[in-house]
Ligand binder design. Structure first.
Ligand SMILES: [Zn+2]
Length: 441
């Protein structure tokens, strides 16, 4: 019996020491480190232990116990986020051509493109939460999944038209019941539709909207509200919503900036879903981006050039984008310049967007609108991560999600597409395997 105990102790000690040795260490050295949080660019090295950035050093590290990768002449930014995704796949303007990928494959494409986390804002709730929980528990190759689950919406409201189950709320009693059930599944955010654009589908009334915001705040879960009009934004921001998503098409009224600043409300503008379809039609060279063509089926990209085969609804949508694009860009410039927090979200899954790739375009559109590359980078990295309660960044203690670029994203934000390497939770991603069907898991 005594001998047995000694053996057990010995085995425990061996495993403990193995554990210490196996905490993987990685040094990325000689990089230019771009930190969107404090808007600095400096030469240095990043020391990673396990899945965390242990330190950022400006001096040369002579000796290192672990893997060393020299990234001389490269730029390092934090991993990107897409804060508005429907992670089933990609839809084109011709309804018979699309990519039905499902969330695991979408999350691999995301990682390929440097997007290390994304927020799914409407999926079948049990499917997406189970997948997310499995990923958190056992790991799953691909970007980190964050999810709202269902959309809270009115009877017959936006979200009910897709034939997948969602949660309907028409009064405060229903809100309490539905959110009560939903909370048990630990949604990362609560998604609500409050959209009073005339002629659109029915939407929840003011009282119900307020109850959703109140109930979510009570449980300390951020609310993201799909809005349509500036009055919608006034209502939900006054009520205490954390973020609105989409940008109203009319010019920005004067009272919105002070209100959003006072309440600390963020906007996820979704410039991609609201303008990029038109951009792709007017400038077909956008369809030839190397990053996009590597990731997306040639048939789907080609379908954007065959305008005669577009579904009728999409032709109308192009007209709407023509009317509103300039106002949208002006609005985003004004909001961003005034310091309203912007979070990059693309509404990927809709026409004009591509899972993963569109994050890069959303940043480019922000810069085209007149904002700085710094604001675009912050919106897609540190600020987005913070909204989800994560330590995203390139400083000590941040989760080691990084994108190494061949060219400076500050010279041209389009350079975020020129990816040398992606690091996810402290490990270099085998990017080609992220595009293979099925992959390693
Ligand atoms: Zn959406």
């Amino acid at each position: 019996m005594k001998i047995f105990r000694v053996h057990v102790l010995w085995i425990v000690l061996v495993f403990m020491s193995l554990d210490v040795v196996s905490a993987q260490r990685l040094l990325l050295t000689n990089a230019t480190i771009v930190d969107p949080a404090d808007r600095t660019e400096k030469k240095g090295s990043i020391v990673i232990e396990g899945n965390t950035i242990q330190s950022v050093e400006e001096m040369v590290i002579e000796e290192f116990d672990g893997d060393v990768i020299d990234v001389e002449g490269k730029w390092i930014i934090p991993g990107l986020y897409d804060m508005h995704v429907h992670s089933y796949g990609n839809m084109g303007p011709n309804r018979s051509i699309g990519e039905f990928l499902m969330t695991p494959m979408v999350s691999r494409r995301m990682l390929y493109s440097g997007v290390t986390g994304f927020l799914d804002l409407f999926s079948v709730e049990d499917f997406i939460f189970t997948l997310r929980d499995t990923q958190r528990k056992d790991g799953m190759e691909g970007a980190d999944i964050y999810a709202a689950g269902p959309i809270l919406t009115a009877t017959g409201g936006h979200g009910t038209e897709y034939g997948i189950p969602t949660r309907v709320v028409n009064n405060p009693e229903e809100v309490e019941k539905e959110i009560g059930e939903l909370i048990a599944k630990k949604p990362d955010v609560i998604k609500l539709v409050y959209d009073n654009v005339p002629g659109r589908m029915p939407t929840v009334n003011l009282e119900t909207m307020k109850a959703v915001v109140q109930e979510s705040n009570k449980h300390d879960i951020p609310v993201v509200v799909h809005i349509g009009t500036w009055q919608d934004i006034r209502d939900v921001v006054e009520a205490g919503a954390h973020a609105v998503t989409h940008t109203p098409e009319e010019p920005l009224p004067d009272d919105i900036i002070p209100l959003m600043l006072e309440k600390g409300a963020a906007i996820i503008p979704t410039l991609c879903v609201q303008t990029e379809f038109l951009n792709l039609i007017q400038d077909s060279t956008l369809l030839e981006s190397p990053l996009l063509t590597e990731m997306t089926s040639a048939d789907l990209l080609k379908s954007y050039k065959d305008t005669s085969a577009f579904a009728p609804g999409f032709k109308r949508w192009l007209k709407a984008q023509e009317r509103s694009r300039e106002d949208l860009l002006n609005t985003i410039r004004a909001l961003g310049e005034a310091g309203v927090p912007i979070l990059v979200g693309t509404d990927a899954g809709n026409v004009g967007t591509f899972q993963g790739y569109s994050v890069h375009r959303e940043m480019q559109l922000m810069v085209e609108a007149g904002l700085s590359p710094w604001n675009a980078l912050e919106s897609a990295t540190t600020r987005a991560g913070a909204f989800l309660g994560l330590s995203a960044g390139v400083s000590e203690g941040s989760v080691a999600n990084l994108v190494v670029l061949n060219q400076s994203p500050l010279d041209d934000i389009g350079h975020t597409q020129d990816i040398h390497m992606v690091v996810y939770r402290g490990k270099v991603v085998d990017r080609p395997s992220m595009l293979s069907v099925g992959g390693g898991e």
